[in-house]
Design a protein. Structure first.
Length: 263
C-alpha cells in the first residue's frame, strides 16, 4: 500500500530535508516517526528536497507500507513521535503509480521579506530581512521577464547537479502587506538555489540599484556571476506541489498560507 503525506516544518534547526549521517535532517525525523507507527523501518521520498534553513508548509512525501492504519492514526501517531518543529498535516492512500517527486507537475515556493528599518524579533529565522526600502512595482516588472520556458543557468548554484538548466516558470506574484513582501514562484521544477538567486536579483531592482530590464540581461547571460547575491534561506517556504487530478490530492496540496496576512 502506498501512502502520501503532507508535511510542514520549520527548517531553522535542520540541515535541510535530506537524511545525513552527522546532521539533523527533516527526512530522518519523519522516517523515525513513521517507523514507530508502522512498527517496521520506513523510508520516504519527498516532492522537493529543501536546503538548510528552508521551511515548508506544503511538502509532500510518500512511502510504501503493509501496516493497516487509518489516516487519523497515521497523522496522530506520526506527530506524537515528531519534534515540535515538524508536523504531518494529512495522510492519504494513493495509487501505486503515484510518486511524490516524479508525479509532480509543478511546485510553488514563497519567499517572505521583512522590509523595514528594524530587524524582526518574533519572525526571526522565519523571514528574510532587508532594511533598504523596496518598491514592489519594478520588482514585479522585472519578474515578468522570467515567465515561460528558459535556460536558468544564471540562477543555479555552482554545485547544482541537475542535468540541464531549462525550466518552465508558470507564475511569479509579488505583493506587499505593511512591512512584509511576499514573492511566490510556481514552476515545473527548480534548480538548486534558483528561487533564492532570483530573489537576490529582484532585490537589486527593488532598491533601485538596477532597472527592471536588468533581469532580462541576467537571464540571457546564462552566467551565475551576472545575477544578484543568493538571498538567505530564512524567508523561503515550499508551499505547494501540484499533481494530476487522477491522484485525488488537489484538495490538500494547493499552496499553503504560512501565517502572514495576505501572504
Amino acid at each position: 500500500m502506498k501512502i502520501a503525506f503532507g508535511v510542514e516544518y520549520d527548517g531553522s534547526r535542520f540541515h535541510g530535508w535530506q537524511r545525513q549521517r552527522k546532521h539533523r535532517s527533516v527526512q530522518s525525523c519523519v522516517e523515525q516517526a513513521l517507523s514507530r507507527v508502522a512498527n517496521v523501518a520506513t523510508t520516504v521520498i519527498c516532492a522537493g528536497r529543501t536546503d538548510t534553513g528552508v521551511h515548508a508548509t506544503g511538502q509532500v512525501i510518500h512511502t510504501e507500507s503493509g501496516a493497516e492504519r487509518s489516516q487519523r492514526s497515521w497523522i496522530l501517531g506520526a506527530n506524537s513521535n515528531l519534534p515540535s518543529d515538524v508536523s504531518v498535516k494529512w495522510a492519504r492512500v494513493v495509487d501505486d503509480e503515484f510518486h511524490a517527486r516524479f508525479s509532480a507537475t509543478a511546485r510553488t515556493y514563497r519567499y517572505i521579506i521583512c522590509n523595514r528599518v528594524s530587524r524582526p524579533a518574533v519572525w526571526a529565522n522565519k523571514v528574510s530581512f532587508v532594511f533598504r526600502p523596496l518598491d514592489v512595482n519594478p520588482m514585479a516588472e522585472a519578474a515578468n521577464f522570467l515567465i515561460g520556458r528558459h535556460d536558468f543557468s544564471s540562477f543555479r548554484a555552482a554545485g547544482c547537479q541537475s542535468r540541464h538548466a531549462v525550466r518552465q516558470v508558470r507564475r511569479i506574484a509579488i505583493c506587499r502587506h505593511q512591512d512584509f513582501i511576499a514573492i511566490e514562484i510556481e514552476a515545473n521544477a527548480f534548480l538548486q538555489h534558483m528561487v533564492r538567486n532570483i530573489v537576490g536579483t529582484l532585490l537589486a531592482v527593488g532598491d533601485g540599484r538596477e532597472p527592471p530590464a536588468f533581469m532580462a540581461d541576467v537571464l540571457a547571460a546564462q552566467d551565475r556571476t551576472a545575477a544578484g547575491q543568493t538571498a538567505p534561506p530564512d524567508g523561503l517556504y515550499l508551499v505547494g506541489v501540484d499533481y494530476p487530478d487522477r491522484f485525488g490530492l488537489s484538495d490538500c496540496t494547493t499552496s499553503q498560507n504560512v501565517g502572514f496576512p495576505l501572504l
